[in-house]
Design a protein around this ligand. Structure first.
Ligand code: AMP
Length: 213
């Protein structure tokens, strides 16, 4: 199956995708992680996108679609798309690529959350430099300050996890990504899951939604 997780920044897509990887054996495809990797390695793409990402703006569809095309070359099913697609153009490109391989998007889950909670989730968020695991300074602190519980590497605050970039990311979400709910609703694929509560409660809701379909 191919599953898309939609939702505004801070709605928990990355955290929930990692749990689904563990529980359902799906592969997480996070365009945000791929871009951060490119920035870290100093590749051509990395140099092009670093400032755009720090500002909270969207990277061009051309770059994003080509990253995904590479990933779908060897495998076309069993994915959780996390942070992709984010525009109608990306959704069309994904559909076209899967279609050519005889595969499809099987379900789209939109994580819904009160906008007021997002800022706190984002500004207090800590991410592992190595495995991408996420923590929160107050709501989900690591056992040892600054160290990832999962792999023992350093935890950092992402450059775009600040209030100014968050406002831009939210605006980008409402202007460019929110229309995808209409797109996938029309296709009969959209399910809403509340992203309020503990990480475990949310993941149980997601898995129940998947099983009920
Ligand atoms: P994320 O880790 O999903 O929050 O993404 C971090 C940043 O990477 C975003 O704010 C964008 O600048 C960029 N990005 C990630 N995925 C996409 C995408 N599908 N389309 C455009 N830009 C993206």
């Amino acid at each position: 199956m191919n599953l898309i997780l939609l939702g505004p920044p801070g709605s928990g897509k990355g955290t929930q995708a990692k749990i689904l990887v563990k529980n359902l054996g799906l592969v997480q495809l996070s365009t945000g992680d791929m871009l951060r990797e490119a920035v870290k390695s100093g590749s051509d793409i990395g140099r092009k996108v670093a400032k755009i990402m720090d500002a909270g703006e969207l990277v061009t569809d051309e770059i994003i679609n080509s990253l995904i095309r590479e990933k779908l070359k060897s495998k076309n099913s069993g994915f959780i798309f996390d942070g992709y697609p984010r525009t109608l153009n990306q959704a069309d490109s994904l559909e076209e690529q899967l279609d050519q391989a005889g595969a499809s998007v099987d379900m789209v889950i939109e994580l819904t959350v009160d906008v007021d909670q997002l800022i706190d989730r984002i500004v207090g968020r800590l991410s592992c430099v190595n495995c991408g695991a996420m923590f929160h300074k107050n709501n989900q602190p690591p056992k040892v300050e600054g160290i990832c519980d999962v792999c023992g590497s350093d935890l950092i605050q992402r450059k775009d996890d600040n209030e100014e970039s968050f406002r831009t990311r939210l605006l980008e979400y409402y202007q460019k990504t929110a229309p995808l709910t209409g797109y996938y609703h029309r296709a009969g694929l959209l399910q809403y899951v509340s992203s309020v509560g503990s990480i475990e409660e949310i993941s149980e809701r997601i898995e129940a939604t998947i099983q009920a379909s």
